[in-house]
Ligand binder design. Structure first.
Ligand code: FAD
Length: 442
């Protein structure tokens, strides 16, 4: 097991531009380097903010306002313990059961199956304990420390109320589910995360409205939550602009690199010329990297949320029902039920029945809750077949840095990803091994 390094800080420049391929031009000083960050989701905004702090000339381009993609509607969990891919032998064993249960946590849009099958086969190839353990060795460097990082970032941006560092609860209505999680969390504790097992009394003390079926739980300590992931992204984008970064709302339609190593980012409003690109367009990133000749097998796991209009019960913590794969997260705009996975690709229309399923299940968690829904949402998690992001220099295009594919934990991984990206652009060697995230690993 590698040493825990929650901050993933880059090492000092060792003279060799390790962040670049051999053909890449030598990095210029940050103040002379124009960087275009494509994507103003939580990953792109974290990268842009860190780059501006390091002195780079940054333009962020997004077809929407910051935080309107997947980063808008997630469960808000700063899940520093979530460094083990969820898709492993246990989930694989349960897939048939999930698929025949209309309320199950995983569904496939069968009409889209031919389109997603190649990606799905690759996913299946990674559903092993050996892969989960390999991935954990790499991923823990991106997740651990997220709560503290966001508390600092939100405070610097003048919005400390957006981040809470309270425990997150995972609850179980079956003792066998608790026992499995107990073993799994003990493994994760080896990387430095903290948790406590909770009996019924401890659960009731922490969360008095929790239903009687939930006799077992865990408090996950040290991560925390944001009470509005979309607003957090916007606030950090504003902070990036206050520090001199630029934000442009436009769709990127073309990418090119000339012989001198300069890039042209073509949008519907004009062309941005830059020295470096950070590609952080979430579930759409592979379409953009393909424009530069780099093909990455990214797919998507769609997820949903429902916000309850007036729940009528007090939910004090973010509470996750592990076997149903969703969280009830108290947020600024109300109680958000968020989670589940739908495999249907990028093109199919949302199926908001998935959001209603969570509203239908939540009275078991909180008896007496009013399940009237105020709003529903669907988002595209960016997912590579091995459940790890593509993070680091392009294997083909010098000067292109990838930062996408963070799947279920993009919010959590944002700050550590940004530190790695900034270090690479300065020509530093990351002090964590990022080879597991190479774009040409498939
Ligand atoms: C239901 C649900 C619950 C989740 N819960 C959590 C959680 O609790 N904790 C956690 O850590 N993670 C969670 N996630 C995952 C997390 O939300 C994502 O991993 C994260 O938001 C990805 O961020 P991103 O910046 O990579 O992508 P996005 O937020 O999708 O941003 C990508 C941006 O790129 C832009 N873009 C794309 N193509 C173009 C183009 N051609 N031109 C210009 N702009 C373009 C888009 O407009 C978008 O703004 C959850 C996800 C879902 C769906």
């Amino acid at each position: 097991m590698s040493a825990n390094n929650s901050q993933a800080q880059p090492k000092e420049n060792q003279g060799v531009p390790q962040g670049e391929t051999p053909q890449a031009p030598m990095p210029k000083a940050p103040g002379e380097t124009e960087v275009c960050v494509i994507g103003a989701g939580i990953v792109g905004v974290n990268c842009a903010l860190e780059l501006v702090k390091q002195g780079f000339k940054v333009t962020v381009v997004d077809r929407a306002e910051p935080g309107e993609g997947c980063s808008f509607g997630n469960a808000g969990i700063l899940a520093d313990w979530s460094f083990v891919p969820a898709f492993g032998p246990e989930v694989l064993k349960n897939v048939p059961k999930y698929l025949i249960d209309p309320k199950g946590p995983l569904t496939i849009r069968w009409t889209r199956l031919p389109h997603i099958l190649p990606w799905l086969f690759r996913m299946l190839g990674h559903a092993s304990t050996a892969h989960q353990r390999r991935a954990a060795e790499a991923m823990n460097h991106l997740t651990i420390g997220a709560g503290g990082s966001y508390a600092k970032l939100a405070a610097e941006a003048g919005a400390p109320e957006l981040v809470r560092q309270d425990p997150v609860l995972q609850v179980y209505d079956k003792e066998s589910d608790f026992a499995k999680s107990e073993a799994d969390l003990a493994y994760r504790a080896g990387f430095g995360i903290s948790y406590e097992a909770l009996d019924r009394k401890a659960l009731s003390d922490l969360e008095p409205a929790l239903g009687p079926d939930f006799k077992w739980g865990h408090a996950l300590i040290g991560g925390g939550t944001t009470v509005n992931p979309g607003r957090l992204t916007k606030v950090l984008a504003e902070e990036m602009q206050r520090r001199g970064g630029k934000l442009l709302q436009a769709e990127v339609r073309g990418l090119a690199r000339d012989d001198g190593g300069r890039f042209s980012v073509t949008t519907e409003t004009g062309v941005i010329a830059c020295d470096r690109i950070v590609l952080a367009a979430g579930a759409f990133s592979h379409k953009l990297s393909a424009m530069l000749g780099e093909h990455v097998p990214q797919g998507t796991e769609r997820g949903y949320h429902a916000i309850l209009a007036d729940p009528g019960v007090e939910v004090r913590h973010a509470v996750g029902w592990k076997s149903r794969a969703f969280y009830a997260s108290p947020m600024e705009m109300g109680l958000r039920l968020a989670g589940t996975v739908e495999l249907a690709g990028l093109e199919a229309a949302p199926d908001y029945a998935r959001a209603k399923i969570m509203a239908g299940l939540v009275p078991t968690m909180f008896p007496g809750i009013n399940t009237a829904i105020k709003s529903e949402w669907m988002g595209f998690r960016p997912t590579l077949p091995d459940s790890m992001p593509v993070l680091g220099p392009s294997a083909k295009v010098p000067g292109l840095i990838h930062a996408f594919g963070h799947q279920h934990v993009g919010l959590t991984c944002g700050p550590a990803t940004a530190r790695i990206v900034a270090g690479l652009l300065k020509g530093e060697t990351p002090n964590t091994d990022i080879s597991a995230f190479r774009p040409d690993r498939f």
